[in-house]
Design a protein around this ligand. Structure first.
Ligand code: HEM
Length: 423
C-alpha cells in the first residue's frame, strides 16, 4: 500500500484528497470511509460534492430535475481548455453539443430515440455469432503462446470490433478508433499535462473530420448501420440531426462503450485469478446461467464507469450538508456498488449472491446505459469463448502486480499479463 493510501485509511476525513492519482487507482478504502463518515463530502480542491451511498446515488440518478447532466462552462469546444493552442485546434472542428449523456430531458429523450432501437436487446440477438467468431479469432492469435496481455489482446479489441461493425466503419480503421477513444478518455481523465491536452485536441479533430466524411457518404448512400440511422433518421417529423449533434452521439457511443466493456472483461479475468473458489464454480459449470452470474458480479465489482457528473439545479440538503445550487457533484456508481447496506459482504466477489442484478454499474433512471444489453452480450459471449478454449489463468511470472489507471470517471486495469492452459 502506498503512503497516500495508508494515510487515507486513518487521517481526519477532511484531509483526504480523493483526486490523488494513488486514490483514483485504488479508491476502495476511501469509498468506505466516505460512505461511513461523510456520505456527502466536498473535495476541498475541486469543490466537487461526492455522493457515495447506494440509496443516495440511486435517488440522484432518478431525479434529473434536481441533479442535471448539463454541465456549466464552455460547451463550444470538444476540449475544454483555455490554452490558445488548443483553442486554435478545436476551432477547426465542430462544437461540443450536449446530447444523451450530457443532456437533460426532454432533449435527452429526443436524442436517445435515434439510437435506442439499434441497441435494444431484440436487435442485438443477431450479433451473438459475430461476437463469438470475433472472440475465437482473437484467442487464435495468442492461444499457442500460452500467454497474453489480456487487456490489449482481448478486452479492447472485442468491443471495439463489435462497435465498429455496428457503427459501420471498416475493420482496418480499428487502430484509429482506439486512438480517438483514448483521446476522449484522456481529455475526461483530468490527468493530462499541457502537451497531452494538445495531443488529445489533435486526435479529436481528426475523429471529427473522419466521421463527417463518413456521414456525408451515408447521407448519399445509406447502409444498414448505426451511422446511417443517426444521420438519416427523422423522428416525429423533426429535421435530421446536424453534424455536431451526430459527432457528439458517436463520440459518446465510442467512449462510453469501449473502455468500459474492455475494463470489465479484463477485470473479470483478474477477479477469477484472485478468487480461485469462484473460478472453480465456473470451471465446473460454464453454463450460460453461470456465465451470466459471473458477468453481473464482475460488473458490480469492476464498475468501470465509476463516477458521473451531476449539477445541482437548486440548494439540496443531504445528510446535514447543503449542496448549493449549481454545485458539481459526483454520482459515485462504483462506491454505491460496494455499499454494505445494499450488498452483504460487498467487497467479496461472489457470483452466487442473490441480489446480483441490484448493481448500478449501468446507472439508473433516464440515463440508464444505452449499451447495457450490448455490453452484457459481449461479456457473456466473450467469457463463453474464453472458458471453452482456455483454463487455469495465472499472472505471468516476474511481472508486476496489475494496477488500475488513475482516472476520475473511469476505472480499469492498465494491463493484465497472464498465462493459461489451452484446453
Ligand atoms: C461494461 C460496459 C458499460 C458500463 C459499465 C457502462 C456504464 C454506463 C453508465 C453508468 C451510464 C449512466 C451515466 C449517467 O447516469 O450519467 C451509461 C450511459 C451510457 N452508456 Fe454505457 N456503459 C457500458 C457500455 C456501453 C456501451 C457498449 C455503449 C455503446 C452503445 C454505451 C453507451 C452509453 C451511452 C450513450 C450512455 C448515455 C445514455 C444517456 O445519458 O441517455 N455504454 N453507461
Amino acid at each position: 500500500m502506498t503512503n497516500v493510501l495508508e494515510q487515507a485509511a486513518t487521517c481526519p476525513i477532511h484531509e483526504i484528497n480523493p483526486m490523488h492519482p494513488d486514490i483514483l487507482s485504488c479508491p476502495a478504502v476511501m469509498n468506505k470511509r466516505l460512505r461511513d463518515e461523510a456520505p456527502v463530502f466536498q473535495d476541498p480542491n475541486s469543490g466537487i460534492f461526492f455522493v457515495s451511498r447506494y440509496a443516495d446515488v440511486v435517488a440522484m440518478a432518478r431525479d434529473p430535475a434536481t441533479f442535471s447532466s448539463v454541465m456549466p462552462g464552455n460547451s463550444s469546444r470538444a476540449v475544454n481548455s483555455e490554452d490558445p493552442k488548443v483553442i486554435a485546434i478545436m476551432e477547426q472542428g465542430y462544437p461540443n453539443v450536449p446530447t444523451m449523456l450530457t443532456q437533460d430531458p426532454p432533449l435527452q429523450r429526443r436524442y436517445r430515440k435515434f439510437v435506442d432501437g439499434a441497441f435494444a436487446p431484440a436487435s442485438l440477438k443477431a450479433l451473438e455469432p459475430f461476437i463469438e467468431s470475433t472472440s475465437h479469432r482473437l484467442v487464435d492469435q495468442f492461444a499457442a503462446q500460452g500467454r497474453c496481455e489480456f487487456l490489449n489482446d482481448f478486452g479492447v479489441p472485442l468491443p471495439l470490433t463489435v462497435i465498429a461493425s455496428q457503427i459501420g466503419t471498416p475493420l482496418e480503421d480499428l487502430p484509429r478508433l482506439r486512438a480517438w477513444t483514448e483521446a476522449f478518455i484522456g481529455n475526461l481523465s483530468q490527468q493530462l499535462d499541457k502537451e497531452g491536452v494538445i495531443k488529445a485536441a489533435h486526435s479529436i479533430l481528426e475523429f471529427q473530420h473522419y466521421f463527417v466524411e463518413k456521414m456525408d457518404e451515408r447521407r448519399r448512400n445509406p447502409q444498414d448501420d448505426i451511422l446511417s440511422k443517426v444521420v438519416n433518421a427523422s423522428i416525429d417529423g423533426e429535421k435530421p440531426l446536424d453534424n455536431a449533434e451526430c459527432l457528439s452521439m458517436l463520440s459518446q457511443i465510442l467512449v462510453a462503450g469501449n473502455e468500459t466493456t474492455a475494463g470489465s472483461l479484463t477485470e473479470g479475468i483478474w477477479l477469477l485469478i484472485q478468487n480461485p473458489d469462484q473460478y472453480e464454480l465456473i470451471k465446473n459449470d460454464p453454463s450460460p446461467e453461470m456465465i451470466s452470474r459471473l458477468v453481473e458480479e464482475v460488473l458490480r465489482v469492476s464498475s468501470p464507469s465509476s463516477n458521473m457528473f451531476r449539477r445541482a439545479t437548486r440548494d439540496v440538503e443531504l445528510h446535514g450538508v447543503t449542496i448549493p445550487e449549481n454545485s458539481i457533484c459526483f454520482a459515485r456508481f462504483a462506491s454505491a456498488n460496494q455499499d454494505e447496506a445494499q450488498f452483504e459482504d460487498a467487497l467479496t466477489f461472489n457470483i452466487m449472491r442473490d441480489n446480483l442484478k441490484d448493481h448500478v454499474a449501468f446507472g439508473k433512471g433516464i440515463h440508464h446505459c444505452l449499451g447495457a444489453a450490448l455490453a452484457r452480450r459481449e461479456m457473456n459471449g466473450g467469457f463463453k469463448v474464453i472458458f471453452e478454449r482456455l483454463e487455469n489463468f495465472r499472472l505471468q511470472e516476474n511481472t508486476p502486480e496489475p494496477v488500475f489507471a488513475p482516472n476520475a470517471l473511469l476505472h480499469g486495469l492498465e494491463r493484465l499479463d497472464i498465462t493459461f492452459d489451452v484446453k
